[in-house]
Write a new protein. Structure first.
Length: 325
């Protein structure tokens, strides 16, 4: 099998490409390198360009007519940035995705896996969600994902394409073989900020402490990026058998920010202290999945612990600058 991966030189896309290679699936990478890294595409079929570039999409399918499916990871994903630049986020995530699907249809591609987000859910009092939970995205980034899902559903209803949305919870970690990892030196998510605090020997800021969670801090379902990647392999292999268009990808367990700090301090030699700070624009209390749909339909469940994700993130952080020119 051959698969086209948009955003395949980014953090998640490159890890999916590695999992595909390990499973005997040949990835073709398309990435504009706005946030992706050329190094992450080394040794792989790579096209540099934009998903909205119709002639480029035509060229890819002409040169690799055996592409059987697409994994669409290309997107801007930083919540605070989406608050300050909603036009840029809707253009990159929605408008260009619409153009991309149009190009796929023209080239006869009938299968697409969409990298969606659990941030589109409205969470209940217990902060758990299933695929049937109501949607209530709280940031421009999250709304772009919800808009795309609705747009894709409309397109699939009237055109010969099937689109599966995999709703990610909160990816952490790296490829356990250290082929790729988070490319940013200053990531905005909690674990990235925690590693930055650890490296610099300064307290970690817990942003938001008044949420209705067990300890007042945000709660997330931290899923190892390698587990996410292997779920995509399972989805490719079972695509035509699936009886749904939406699957949550999470561990099924919630971890608060304070609990994440405790797990971090169990892994490192020198503990990180914390200070409290206001929530950032667009931040929400968070949620975790309680669905077993991924296990039932994909034969998949998360194998790595939060501590595994922290260890692999720290290992990658120690190697990142030497791996990225």
């Amino acid at each position: 099998m051959r698969v086209l991966i948009t955003g395949g030189a980014g953090y998640i896309g490159s890890t999916i490409a590695s999992a595909c290679l390990d499973a005997g699936i040949a990835p073709v990478i398309l990435d504009s390198l706005v946030t992706g890294r050329r190094e992450f595409a080394e040794g792989r079929v790579f096209y540099e360009g934009d998903i909205s570039d119709g002639p480029l999409i035509d060229k890819i399918f002409a040169e690799y007519p055996d592409i059987e499916a697409v994994i669409h990871c290309a997107a801007l994903i930083v919540v605070p940035d989406s608050v300050s630049d909603p036009i840029g986020y809707y253009r990159a995530n929605v408008t260009k995705s619409l153009e991309f699907v149009d190009h796929l249809l023209r080239n006869g591609c009938t299968r697409m896996i969409f990298s969606s987000s659990a941030s589109i859910y409205r969470t209940g009092d217990d902060h758990t969600v299933t695929e049937e939970s109501p949607l209530d995205p709280q940031s421009p980034y999250a709304r772009t994902k919800a808009v795309c899902e609705g747009m894709f559903a409309d397109i699939a209803a009237g055109r010969p394409i099937r689109i599966l949305s995999l709703r990610y919870f909160n990816p952490i970690g790296s490829d356990p073989r250290m082929r790729t990892g988070l490319q940013l030196r200053r990531p905005s998510h909690a674990l990235g900020k925690m590693i930055e605090s650890y490296e610099e020997g300064v307290p970690f800021q817990i942003t938001g402490t008044g949420y209705a969670t067990p300890d007042g801090t945000g709660i997330r379902d931290y899923v190892h990026v390698w587990d996410l990647a292997t779920a995509h392999v399972a989805a490719l292999e079972r695509f035509d058998e699936l009886g749904t268009d939406v699957i949550n990808l999470g561990t099924g367990a919630g971890t608060t920010v304070r609990e994440l700090v405790e797990a971090f301090n169990r892994v490192v030699e020198r503990t990180v202290e914390v200070v409290e700070a206001p929530a950032r624009p667009g931040d929400v209390a968070g949620a975790y999945t309680r669905s077993d749909r991924a296990r039932r339909l994909l034969g998949w469940q998360a194998r790595h612990s939060v501590e595994d994700g922290i260890r692999h993130s720290l290992e990658w952080a120690s190697l990142r600058d030497s791996r990225l020119s």
